[in-house]
Write a protein that binds this ligand. Structure first.
Ligand SMILES: CCCCCCCC(=O)SCCNC(=O)CCNC(=O)[C@H](O)C(C)(C)COP(=O)(O)OP(=O)(O)OC[C@H]1O[C@@H](n2cnc3c(N)ncnc32)[C@H](O)[C@@H]1OP(=O)(O)O
Length: 268
């Protein structure tokens, strides 16, 4: 299984090297090796320009960096691996330290798992006083849905990240409880869009947020969304070991389930 994944990656790698116009690779390292990060990579802030960023994205980035100078806006750093206080908070809610050591050392943030320019290129700026964030996003060729346009799931992912970041600035350790998205126009692949998010209401542990996605010239409204994020309650610490053993007790092994059931119905 692992071998076939590595082979798949290698052939994609070779293919990309041959394809004209494909985003350039940032290093000569093999992809499989790049997954095992060095100390330096662990602390790299990915919300900064790289050679795959288009002129539009760099221009907008520079405009927002200027706005940061008087302190009204701040750029939110973004790490592939866990190293922020917020992430540490999540670990204490959910994870057995042994599991972190043994199994999750290679885990990385989904949106930062692509080579430069191929997946999610984005940076988020926060305005604390106005309780809003702006996410500048360029979706690369590996996020294609229908030909030439972004996959709806990739858009939803970016909305989750943008709204989640907006909520997290006020709420700290939060999780998505609900997302509602209206897709109004397809987003062209490799174009730059702006996700404007705001905190609409804070009610106990519930953070209600909303956003819209627009083109850089603001003329096209691509999507609108609302989200509900819940601030995690330290009293409800999630015990992953208990969870796994209760699952094993409740459900037969998959092979048994397949043999004994005439059909498997998946409710989503
Ligand atoms: C910074 C980077 C941003 C990254 C963004 C990415 C974030 C993610 O992808 S998170 C992954 C996807 N989300 C999940 O897996 C969450 C799964 N759900 C859960 O774990 C839990 O339901 C969780 C944590 C959200 C809430 O559980 P819990 O803390 O027990 O809260 P609970 O007591 O049930 O509810 C709290 C309140 O929220 C309300 N609520 C909870 N869920 C919902 C919902 N889906 N819709 C409406 N209301 C809800 C409850 O009714 C309750 O309201 P009230 O206080 O008025 O009675």
């Amino acid at each position: 299984m692992l071998r076939s994944c590595t082979a798949g990656l290698r052939s994609l790698w070779a293919l990309r090297g041959r394809r004209e116009g494909a985003p350039r690779l940032s290093t000569d390292l093999q992809p499989a090796r790049r997954l095992f990060s060095t100390e330096k990579a662990v602390h790299k802030d990915w919300a900064l320009p790289n050679p795959s960023w288009s002129k539009d994205l760099k221009l907008l980035f520079d405009q927002f960096m200027k706005k940061c100078e008087d302190g009204s806006w701040e750029r939110l750093p973004s790490y592939k691996h866990t190293c922020t206080q917020k992430n540490e908070d999540f670990k204490t809610y959910f994870l057995d330290p042994q599991l972190v050591e043994e199994g999750l050392s290679q885990a990385q943030l989904f949106t930062r798992g692509f080579e430069d320019g191929l997946g999610f290129e984005y940076v988020i700026f926060n305005n604390n006083d106005e309780k809003r964030t702006v996410c500048l996003f360029q979706g690369g060729p590996y996020l294609q849905g229908i030909p030439g346009f972004l996959h709806g799931g990739a858009i939803a992912t970016m909305i989750d990240v943008a709204l989640g970041s907006c909520a997290a600035v006020s709420g700290g350790a939060i999780m998505t409880a609900n997302l509602n998205i209206n897709f109004k126009r397809p987003v062209p692949l490799c174009s730059v869009v702006v996700v404007n998010s705001q905190l609409d209401k804070l009610e106990g542990r519930k953070l209600f947020v909303s956003c819209n996605i627009r083109s850089v010239d603001e003329k096209t409204l691509y999507s609108e969304a609302t989200g509900l994020f819940i601030k995690l309650d330290p009293k409800k610490k999630f015990n992953i070991k208990e969870f796994h053993s209760s699952l094993r007790k409740a459900a037969p092994p998959l092979e048994e389930a397949v043999v004994s059931s005439p059909a498997l119905v998946i409710h989503c």
